[in-house]
Design a protein around this ligand. Structure first.
Ligand SMILES: NC(=O)c1ccc[n+]([C@@H]2O[C@H](COP(=O)([O-])OP(=O)(O)OC[C@H]3O[C@@H](n4cnc5c(N)ncnc54)[C@H](O)[C@@H]3O)[C@@H](O)[C@H]2O)c1
Length: 288
């Protein structure tokens, strides 16, 4: 059963602790958005996993705020949908098909972005998948290797080639997507938990190495977010969905747009003194 590591914790706790009484109608001010700002005019943003979910929302927000966006994804159909949506709203975007676990593809995607837009100022390394919910002792090496390749090695590869460009260009900002499973253990998801913890390790190393060269590196750790990935797991109107939602302190899942706001803020000049940060964006789900 594919699901996010953060979800595992939620399901786990919803089974263990059934005394939650949240009404589920706390909207946490969902109408607020920074779409009206134009603080990325003249900048280029490179967004992986931008064909769906959190990545698509971030690509659209970068574009709404003035950036030219490289929409990077494995899936050309959904990737082009993101580009079309951005262009329909007056923004600028190209689609680049790349498997982010391939160094050749990542290097070519970074080069194509710079060649097309003349620079690369912001990167949001977000592509990922959940893998299977398995017992630690039954996880195959093959499944371990594939998940680590897509969720962790990909982040290293993207950062490697983005930083090489940013060093020459005089700076930039990188945000990587981790998870609640990057902060706490997610039962049934040893590979996902290891990958998402690893992402935070890469952030800390690169933040320290490159702050002197004007490159900031941060991470977001989303909570349970209503994306196609999540729906594949929980369905719609199911018992499982209800159990998930009722176990969340805020009484609802996050929306991709809310996660995107945090990623784009970390990418913006408003966060000029923020580097090495791992920001939980989960309405108090895993804090303790
Ligand atoms: N949705 C959640 O509840 C949640 C919670 C915590 C963390 N996350 C993380 O957020 C990120 C985005 O998740 P989402 O929920 O938006 O998922 P999603 O499935 O909706 O979107 C992920 C996108 O990544 C792309 N992708 C997958 N493998 C790829 C590869 N090898 N190369 C290039 N593109 C690839 C997919 O085609 C898809 O468009 C992931 O890293 C995920 O682990 C999600």
């Amino acid at each position: 059963m594919p699901l996010d590591g953060g979800c595992i914790n939620i399901v786990w706790h919803s089974i263990e602790a059934t005394n939650q009484t949240n009404s589920g109608d706390n909207d946490l001010n969902p109408s607020r958005t920074t779409q009206g700002l134009k603080d990325f005019v003249g900048k280029t943003a490179f967004v992986t996993g931008a064909g769906n979910g959190i990545g698509r929302a971030a690509a659209k927000l970068f574009a709404a705020r003035g950036a030219s966006v490289a929409v990077v994804d494995l899936n050309p159909e959904t990737g082009m949908q993101t580009v079309n949506q951005i262009q329909a709203e007056g923004g600028t975007a190209i689609f680049i098909r790349a498997d982010v676990s391939s160094e050749e593809a990542v290097e070519a995607a970074v080069q194509q972005t710079v060649a097309t837009f003349g620079g690369l100022h912001c990167a949001f390394n977000n592509a990922g998948f959940t893998g299977q919910y398995v017992g630690f002792h039954t996880l195959s090496l093959e499944d371990w290797n594939r998940l680590i390749a897509v969720n962790l090695t990909s982040v290293f590869l993207c950062m490697k080639h983005q930083i090489a460009h940013m060093l020459k260009a005089g700076g930039g900002s990188i945000v990587n997507t981790s998870s609640g499973a990057g902060v706490v253990g997610a039962p049934g998801m040893p590979h996902y938990t290891a990958a998402k913890h690893g992402v935070l390790g890469l952030v800390k190393v690169a933040a320290k190495e490159f702050i002197g060269q004007n490159i900031r590196v941060n991470a977001i750790c989303p909570g349970v977010t209503d994306t196609p990935m999540l729906r594949t797991f929980a369905g719609e109107g199911t018992e499982l969905e209800r159990a998930l939602v009722s176990s969340l302190p805020g009484g609802r899942m996050g929306r991709p747009e809310e996660i995107a706001e945090a990623a784009v803020w970390l990418s913006s000049d408003a966060a000029s003194f923020v580097s090495g940060e791992s920001m939980l964006v989960d309405a108090a789900s895993v804090c303790r």
